[in-house]
Write a protein that binds this ligand. Structure first.
Ligand code: ASP
Length: 309
């Protein structure tokens, strides 16, 4: 009995030693390298007073100031800020999208970049996130983030949103999930999310499908993933482009006519999207103008082609 006790004590001591030793020798946690690309929006906005949440100026605070205003970021990642442009997102252009997508591709091709956060105005977050979801050629995380209240406001949501976005962009869980949009503790897919309310903080939703997961206790918790092809798996590649073709949208509404369509064609549109009601129905008065526009485009393309030949 006595010798069994001695053996048991020795065994426990060995286990205790092993576990203490491994805790002492555990390598320090390696922080992910996350680049924060700043593009403007309300997250970088300032108002006249702390109570100003309407009528403020978007896109005022520079990238380094924005990053430095959340010192907690440095505890969860090696962060580096870069101003790509500084605009309110309603002013976004095709050139802005190309610039952003190409810069992300450049950075993610480097071994020392683990993930990207894009700070952005919320008005067109969904368009930018979807564009990036189709054109970024990397499985590393890309997270687009914004804020509904300017940085100067009481209870500004920018700092916590940025903090969560950086954790998400540096996480293994976000790898391969496509471009993500993260605000108000919720993670949505860039290709699915939409802004549903002009001013509330819980505005970003994915109707019908639901969010992918949420941020809690400094960690992402995913519940689902989109099954659609994203980023490196899509057929889109903008690396050889320095311009996107001009494509305009003709909206259907009561009593609509071909005036806008004709103007777009005359201005040299390379494509027209007809945004019709229901399942894309076309008003009877628009069928011929649309057919004529298509015929005119193809005949001028054919002429251009034969002139070249
Ligand atoms: N108009 C602003 C923008 O999209 C709104 C926002 O950021 O929330 O830049």
């Amino acid at each position: 009995m006595a010798s069994k006790f001695v053996v048991l004590c020795a065994a426990l001591a060995t286990f205790a030693h092993v576990s203490f030793a491994s805790a002492e020798e555990a390598a320090p946690v390696k922080l992910a390298n996350v680049v924060i690309l700043c593009t403007g929006g309300t997250i970088a906005g300032t108002g006249a007073a702390t109570t100003t949440t309407v009528g403020y100026t978007a896109a005022k605070i520079g990238c380094n100031t924005l990053v430095d205003s959340v010192p907690e970021l440095k505890k969860v990642a090696n962060v580096h800020g870069e101003q790509v442009y500084q605009i309110a997102s309603e002013s976004i252009t095709n050139d802005n999208w190309l610039t952003l997508s190409k810069r992300i591709n450049q950075l993610l091709a480097q071994d020392d970049a683990d993930g990207i956060v894009v700070t952005h105005g919320t008005d067109t977050i969904e368009e930018t996130a979807y564009f990036l979801d189709l054109t970024v050629k990397s499985k590393k995380p890309v997270v687009v983030v914004g804020a509904m209240r300017p940085a100067t406001a009481i209870s500004a949501d920018g700092p916590i949103n940025l903090y969560n976005a950086v954790i998400l962009a540096g996480s293994k869980e976000a790898v391969g999930k496509g471009v993500l949009v993260c605000l108000n503790d919720e993670i949505n897919a860039g290709r699915e999310v939409t802004k549903t309310n002009t001013s509330t903080a819980d505005t970003f939703r994915t109707p019908d499908l639901g969010m992918l997961g949420y941020m809690q206790d400094n960690k992402p918790h995913f519940y689902r993933a989109s099954t659609r092809l994203n980023t490196a798996d899509t057929e889109f590649d903008v690396s050889g482009l320095d311009k996107l073709p001009q494509v305009d949208i003709v909206y259907a509404y009561g009593n609509y006519n071909s005036i806008a369509l004709d103007a777009f064609v005359k201005a040299g549109a390379k494509g027209i999207v007809h945004a019709g009601p229901g399942d894309g129905s076309v008003g009877a008065q628009m069928v011929k103008p649309l057919q004529d526009a298509r015929a005119a485009y193809w005949s001028s393309s054919a002429q251009r082609g034969s002139a070249r030949a």
